[in-house]
Structure formats: C-alpha cells, structure tokens
Design a binder for this molecule. Structure first.
Ligand code: TXA
Ligand code: MG
Length: 341
C-alpha cells in the first residue's frame, strides 16, 4: 500500500495526488480524506474497480455506495433529473456533508447502487478530495475507509490499521473535520427524507427547504429487531458498548456494579459528566454544549478502547437535536444495549 502525506498542497503534494489519481484511473482503490471521514475510492463507472472496494472492506454487496464528484454540473451526468428539492439542498450545502439520493440514469456501475434505480451523490468539502476529483474528472464511489462493521476512520492511521496491504494507496491529509458521515437525504419525492442523519442537521434542511423533513431513523430503536438493510453491525468498538441513559448517580451505580463483578470498565462521556464520576479509565468526548467536538471525537474514542484494557465500555447519551441526531444514531448502532433506570 502506497502512503502519501499531503500537508500544504505544495508541488510535492500535487504530485502525490496525481499519483493517487493515476492509480484510480487504473481501477485500483485508494483511500483519501474528506471533511467527514476518510473514504475508500474507486472509479464509479467501472464494475471491477468498485468490486475491489467491497473486497477490501469485507462489505456486504447489498449496501449501496455514495458517488463523489467535484462540481454540481457533474451530478447531472449521472441522474435523470435534479428534483427541485435536490436543487435547493445542492445550492445550500454543497460542497459539504450531505448526500442527495436521485434517480439514476444508469451510467454509474451497477454494483455501486446495489441494483437500486437511484444513486447517492455528494461533493466533499475538502481540498484534497476536491483536487483528486478534479484531476480525475471521474465520479468516485467511496464508502468510509474502514473494515466493514468498525468505527469509521477520522484519520489516516485508522485507515492504515484496517486496510494496509489490502488497498493500492492511502492519501494522508491529517484528521478529518466533521467526524461523522454526511447526511443522506432521499430527494426523489417532494419531501426530504433523511435516511441517515449526519453533518448537515435536520433543522438546517428544514430551514432551506421550508418543509418538515421525515427522519426515518427516529423510530429505529436498538432493542427492536433490526429492519432488513439495517441488519449489519456498524461502528463496533473492540469491547461491548452500553449506552447509559440516566443521571450521574445511575451512571456511577453501573460503574460500581460492573467493577464489583471484576470487569474492567471504560467510560466515554462529556467533560461535565466526567467531573462527577469516580472511574479509572475515562475518555472525554467534549463539552455537552459543543456537539461539534463530540461528533469529531466519537469514532476516534470508540477506536481508542482496546479489549486488552477494557471488558466493557459505558457511554453517556446525548440530546437528539442538531448534530446530536447523528451522534446518537452512531452510538445506538455501535452499542449492544441501552441501560435506563
Ligand atoms: O460522509 C460520507 O458520506 C462518507 C465519506 C467517505 O464521503 N461516506 C460514507 O459512505 O459514509 P458509506 O458507504 O459508509 O455510507 C453510505 C450510506 C449508506 O447508509 C447507504 O445505505 C446510503 O449511503 N446510500 C448510498 N446510496 C444509496 C441509495 N441509492 N439509496 C439509499 N441509500 C443509499
Ligand atoms: Mg460506513
């Protein structure tokens, strides 16, 4: 696996991105930074190239991939129609952490869309991703660059740990910004349907479209049997994760009970809650008043607990508003159970 460090977009960096683009043109897969998480890219018009993504990640083939382009005009090349709804979201939020689902015109390789007649497209807001996409002038299919089921990669070292030896290259552009993936919005109808909460919030989408959006993820409960398509594990840390949905006394009781059973307990909480708890292995996500920082540190923290150090991880829950929707969506998928008073 080739590894390029790209820091300031000088001539050397341009050369590195050129080399990555060349590998992608040769139908190899290459990981690159975006503003959300690292993506594992392949030429979205080539079945063989796209197949390599699924192999490297161990990803089930019925989960469709997002297509990345550099400019809004490129979106038109792959869809039958830019709906009025999509137009509003593209104008307001692209480049940025949002993916629009539109009817496909069939020019994208079939294994990108997992046989669906729609495609998800986004324009990443990251200088390295944009430069790579511009040099290529090809649509790039890119899921998060992690082994399927693990937390998504927010720095190149995570990609290296998961995929070294399995992919042609990694472009290291430093840590990503948002830290959770793009918001996936179905724009094929009149109402925006949020299929996955992410970096652009439901509130932002409603403000721009003037319509109440439907969030399909709100009704998803972790203790309910998973719907088809939701059947795969996601974002799983090394040790089981429990969400503790109570106050500090309840949280402390959980720590004490597990410790008494001889369990090594890891804690991931806000700095506010950390100050009130008595525990030995605490990782702080950020302040409760700063969901951006919590989103940014979420996957890194999930990855930081190793099963050699902890038997179980306990996490705080957060308010499901703004970025909190994406944070809680990922935590609920990562967790094996939720414990409430
Ligand atoms: O921020 C992101 O979106 C990152 C970076 C790398 O761009 N990518 C990412 O890709 O998160 P991935 O493959 O991990 O997640 C893609 C999501 C999945 O939930 C998939 O089901 C949904 O997008 N998706 C893709 N195409 C779709 C389609 N045509 N219809 C419905 N959902 C689709
Ligand atoms: Mg992913």
């Amino acid at each position: 696996t080739k590894y390029w460090v790209v820091a300031n977009m000088d001539e050397n960096d341009q050369q590195a991105i050129e080399e990555a683009a060349t590998l992608l043109k040769q139908h190899e897969v290459v990981a690159f930074p975006t503003e959300t998480v690292y993506g594992l890219g392949a030429d979205a018009t080539n079945q063989e190239a796209v197949a390599r993504i699924f192999t490297a990640k161990g990803r089930p083939s019925d989960n469709p991939l997002i297509v990345h382009v550099a400019h809004p005009e490129q979106i038109e090349r792959y869809v039958t129609e830019i709906t009025p709804l999509a137009e509003k979201l593209i104008n307001a939020f692209m480049p940025g952490p949002i993916t629009v689902i539109l009817p496909s015109n069939g020019k994208i390789a079939e294994n990108v869309t997992a046989g669906l007649d729609t495609i998800g497209v986004r324009i990443p807001d990251h200088i390295v991703a944009r430069t790579l996409l511009e040099k290529l002038d090809l649509p790039v299919a890119a899921p998060s660059a992690n082994t399927s089921g693990k937390p998504s990669p927010t720095s190149a070292i995570h990609v290296y740990q998961d995929l070294n030896g399995k992919i042609a290259g990694i472009v290291d552009g430093g840590p990503t910004g948002v830290g959770v993936e793009s918001t996936v919005v179905d724009c094929t109808g009149d109402l925006p349907v949020i299929l996955r909460p992410g970096g652009i919030t439901q509130e932002q989408i409603e403000q721009v479209t003037g319509i109440m959006s439907v969030d399909t993820t709100i009704s998803e409960q972790i203790d309910q049997p998973k719907a088809p398509g939701m059947k795969y594990n996601h974002y799983e840390p090394d040790a089981p994760l429990w969400l503790i949905d109570g106050d500090e006394t309840f949280f402390q009781n959980q720590i004490d009970a597990l410790t008494k059973e001889g369990k090594k307990v890891g804690i991931m909480v806000s700095q506010e809650l950390a100050m009130k708890l008595d525990a030995s292995n605490v990782k702080i996500l950020g302040s409760q008043d700063d969901l951006k920082t919590i989103a940014y540190s979420l996957y890194e923290t999930l990855r930081a607990f190793k099963k050699t150090d902890v038997d179980i991880i306990l996490s705080e829950t957060f308010i499901k508003q703004g970025l909190g929707q994406a944070i809680m969506n990922r935590l609920e998928k990562a967790a094996s159970q939720k414990v409430s008073p």
